[in-house]
Write a protein that binds this ligand. Structure first.
Ligand SMILES: [Zn+2]
Length: 329
């Protein structure tokens, strides 16, 4: 067995992803398999089994010292309990971190997945060296991690950063969080697809869009992004409108927090310069001039791997007593 010290990142979603990272932040292996969504119990059992298998398989590379674990829900600090996991099976009655730690005999750091992704971008991605920024992930849901004064801001109980559930209208669609009018009901991947379908049905002038062809099968958010980049009028209209709501909400955050950087990541942002440009345009138009002058809006550097790599880096920094410590690189 090699003496190389390793850290395991785990990112739980509809699939479970793993990353094995060394002390320098170099990624040695990435893994992925479907999550067991039948029940909360199955989800945790499947996760523990996958993690144990990954640990055994990594023994040729080095020794795993700790585990960082991100999931798309509300994680209470400092109790480390999951109190809400809206888009997956209910695990609120299960002490996930404790079970994973007992099953592997390793320390486990649990956090919200967007916080983990923000941490990854901060330590080795687009936000390296920054002191005040927000990382926003757009996928099935929309989440964010906020760093201010060189600290990840978790809020009073650990629930800060729910950017996708900022309200953008009083009369909106119902949201998975139980409220309505949330940004997520417009700008998440599934809602971009829903709006594209509705526009195709309601406006006959779009009948010649290549996306109309896809309506018979499965239309995906990637289809919309690809068509927009290729110049399709419908896809560009949908993404420009998405950028309007997203840019407007980002302008609120820029005005509220005076951040120096907005990092946009997650599957919806992949190769999506059309949306990036629309967001920048709208945020510039809506934010205070002096606040926006000192703020950049950029694509994520780690892409879809930000969450799982960030979780591994959190695990590394936690056992060295350096998690969230200002200036640690
Ligand atoms: Zn919501």
């Amino acid at each position: 067995m090699s003496n190389l010290e390793l850290y395991l990142g785990v990112d739980l979603g509809r699939s479970t992803r793993t990353a094995i990272v060394d002390g320098e932040g170099r990624v040695h292996a990435l893994g992925r398999e479907p999550s067991h969504l039948e029940s909360g119990r199955n989800l945790v059992d499947g996760l523990v089994e996958f993690v144990n298998r990954t640990i055994v398989e990594s023994s040729g590379i080095g020794t795993i010292r700790s585990i960082g674990f991100g999931l798309p829900g509300l994680v209470e600090h400092p109790s480390n309990r999951v109190v809400m996991l809206p888009n997956l099976s209910d695990v609120t009655g299960i002490d996930v971190a404790d079970e994973l730690s007992s099953a592997t005999a390793l320390p486990v750091v649990l956090d919200n997945d967007a916080n983990a992704a923000a941490y990854g971008e901060w330590r080795c991605g687009a936000a390296k060296g920054r002191t005040d920024f927000i990382y926003i992930t757009l996928g099935t849901g929309i989440g964010a991690g906020i760093v201010q004064g060189e600290r990840l801001q978790r809020g009073a109980r650990g629930f800060a950063g729910e950017f996708g559930h900022l309200k953008i209208t009083a009369e909106g669609l119902e949201c998975g969080c139980g409220s309505s009018g949330c940004l997520e009901t417009i700008a998440s991947g599934p809602n971009i697809v829903r709006r594209t379908r509705e526009r195709l049905f309601s406006d006959p002038s779009y009948v010649y869009s290549p996306l109309a062809e896809k309506m018979r099968g499965k239309l995906t958010c990637e289809d919309v992004v690809e068509s927009a980049v290729a110049g399709d009028r419908l896809a560009r209209a949908i993404l420009n409108e998405t950028g309007l709501y997203l840019g407007m909400t980002i302008a609120n955050v820029v005005n509220l927090l005076n951040i120096e950087l907005v990092v946009l990541g997650g599957p919806v942002m992949r190769d999506n310069d059309v949306l990036l440009e629309a967001v920048i345009h709208e945020a510039r138009r809506r934010a205070f001039g002096p606040s926006f002058e000192s703020c950049e809006i950029v694509q994520s550097a780690l892409g879809d791997d930000a969450g799982v790599i960030g979780a591994a880096i959190m695990a590394r920094d936690a056992i060295h007593g350096a998690l969230d410590v200002a200036g640690h690189a």
